[in-house]
Design a protein around this ligand. Structure first.
Ligand SMILES: [Zn+2]
Length: 300
């Protein structure tokens, strides 16, 4: 199961309808919690997310709207008796803030601090890329390795079925039949999260070829001067990231409280988003990862 559960969509100031940030990505057996702002613990209850489903917590930066929910979430995990290790990723320059927040939560879970100070892979398939904000900020990208999709007609023509198919997938060939003869390439899925940043090469890199791209969308195009002053994206800039990167689905979030209605922001993003499906997220939205595409099979 792969889906994004939006726990909050507010930037600096929450509103009656928008909690501070918080995003849970269910990715097979993993549960990655990104940027838990204030109130994340309670939003998890509204969303039906168990604290035990979190295996990894990823902070883009240590501004309050992206991390002040951390003590509550950690304390709740301890109350619930979470036994599995939990990795906490964050920019190294934010370590003092992170240690203070973790200290507030107290002990009780097997929490492992994993600071990063350079781009690259921080866990299997999980990479960080620097962004351009007022403090050290990194976006995250999760990449599934490319694989192959079996074509049932070709399997049948090759006379393979049952346990032989499993052997073919494990060993790459069964007798004269090679895996590539009966399958087509399937690009791995890609998810990326681009939080507080001005337009920058890192944001472009993160957006490239994503199935699901989550970006901040703090300001409307007409407030581009504010976006530039505070190093944030306008709706149009967020859309352009998806368009240039050929993202399949763009989820906009981290809205300024000055826009009670996000319809206009979505329209501004859509105008520059190419073929991407553009959604302005609302609290508690769930977005499924778009189905994987197999190359050249017309199926899968
Ligand atoms: Zn923010």
């Amino acid at each position: 199961m792969r889906e994004l559960i939006v726990l909050g969509t507010a930037s600096q100031v929450p509103t009656r309808t928008r909690n501070h940030n918080g995003y849970l990505l269910r990715w097979d057996g993993e549960g990655l919690l990104f940027d838990p702002g204030e109130g994340t613990q309670r939003q998890m209850i509204h969303a039906g997310v168990a604290a035990s489903s979190i295996t990894r917590i990823c902070l883009t930066h240590v501004h309050g709207d992206h991390c002040f929910g951390l003590p509550g979430v950690l304390a709740r995990m301890a109350v619930d008796g979470v036994a599995h290790p939990v990795h906490l990723h964050f920019p190294a320059s934010g370590e003092e803030v992170v240690r203070a927040l973790v200290g507030l939560a107290g002990p009780g879970i097997d929490l492992r601090l994993v600071p990063h100070g350079a781009p690259g892979e921080v866990a299997d398939g999980l990479a960080v890329v620097p962004l351009h904000h007022r403090v050290e900020t990194y976006g995250y990208r999760l990449t599934e390795p490319d694989g192959r999709t079996l074509v049932p007609e070709r399997l049948a023509a090759a006379g393979l079925s049952g346990p032989a198919v499993g052997r073919l997938q494990r060993e790459g060939r069964v007798g004269a039949v090679r895996l590539e003869d009966v399958s087509v390439p399937r690009p791995g899925q890609r998810f990326a999260l681009v939080m507080d940043t001005a337009p920058c090469p890192g944001a472009e890199e993160l957006a490239e070829g994503t199935d699901l791209l989550v970006t901040e969308c703090t300001f409307a195009d007409e407030d581009a001067d504010l976006a530039a002053a505070y190093r944030h994206l306008t709706a149009g800039q967020a859309g352009a990231l998806a368009g240039r990167g050929a993202a399949r689905t763009l989820v906009l979030t981290h809205f300024s409280a000055r826009y009670p209605d996000t319809t206009g922001l979505a329209a501004q993003a859509r105008a520059r988003a190419g073929r991407a499906t553009v959604l302005a997220a609302a609290d508690l939205d769930r977005v499924a990862l778009p189905r994987r595409r197999a190359v050249g099979a017309g199926r899968g």
